[in-house]
Design a protein around this ligand. Structure first.
Ligand SMILES: Nc1ncnc2c1ncn2[C@@H]1O[C@H](COP(=O)(O)OP(=O)(O)OP(=O)(O)O)[C@@H](O)[C@H]1O
Ligand SMILES: [Mg+2]
Length: 210
């Protein structure tokens, strides 16, 4: 039997109500995705500076995983280009993710310092220790990604492990402030060794987050 006028109106009303609901859902999802993408591109915490962002991330990680994470810095703030700050923050996050996934560590020591136009981030855990074989895994992208980020910024990425003692990740990147960073006069590898051992790095301010 054909539908009456009233029934027709109610069927099309229902149809348009459902359409409106699915459009609303779609818009919500788009807003969500946009928020996530912009967070991925530039974590908001970086507005507070790289030192505060690293400290915040360490505390958040520690609270979430129960792994003790101490951060030491020379300065309350290190002024960096946005790209550099994002790269350092992303490397730090991937390093922490790796520790929670693979290291079985109970303690992490993080160092973030700037000296002579270079910024150094070092993350040491007391876990099982990465091996040479681990570093070459074909289907793993974290370490490859961190190395590429550092290279893009004319920096250096280094990872090493000792069985049952732990893993050390070190990155050293020019901040772009110093004249000595012209291609000819600048030997990053030597600087890397010097920097890691330098007395001024050891005399850092201890900031306990725990
Ligand atoms: N802190 C660590 N302690 C012990 N082993 C580690 C540590 N970090 C990384 N590894 C080892 O190195 C491997 C490669 O790490 P990488 O971050 O490249 O890949 P992944 O974490 O396995 O995967 P993804 O591509 O999701 O990052 C890991 O699979 C793990 O075996
Ligand atoms: Mg990884």
């Amino acid at each position: 039997m054909p539908l009456g006028c009233g029934e027709l109106i109610s069927v099309s009303l229902e149809f348009y109500q459902q359409k409106a609901k699915s459009i609303e859902l779609l818009v919500d999802r788009v807003i969500d995705s946009t928020r996530r993408i912009s967070l991925d591109l530039r974590p908001g915490i970086l507005d507070c500076g790289i030192v505060a962002a690293v400290q915040w991330q360490a505390k958040e990680f520690s609270d979430r995983t129960g792994i003790i994470c101490r951060v030491s810095c020379d300065n309350d703030e290190i002024s960096l280009d946005a790209d550099l700050a994002i790269a350092i923050f992303r490397v730090f996050q991937e390093t922490l993710t790796n520790i929670s996934k693979h290291a079985n560590a109970s303690r992490i020591q993080v160092k973030l310092v700037e000296l002579e136009g270079l910024v150094l981030l070092e993350v040491i855990d007391n876990g099982c220790g990465i091996t040479e074989i681990d570093m070459k895994k074909q289907d793993s992208f974290g370490i490859r990604g961190m190395r590429e980020r550092c290279l893009q910024l004319k920096g250096n990425f280094h990872i090493s492990g000792e069985s049952e003692k732990g893993t050390r990740v070190t990155i050293l990147i020019p901040t772009g402030d110093s004249e000595c960073h012209s291609e000819q006069s600048y030997d990053l590898n030597n600087k890397f060794k010097e920097f890691s051992q330098s007395e001024s790095v050891r005399k850092r301010k201890q900031i306990s987050l725990l």
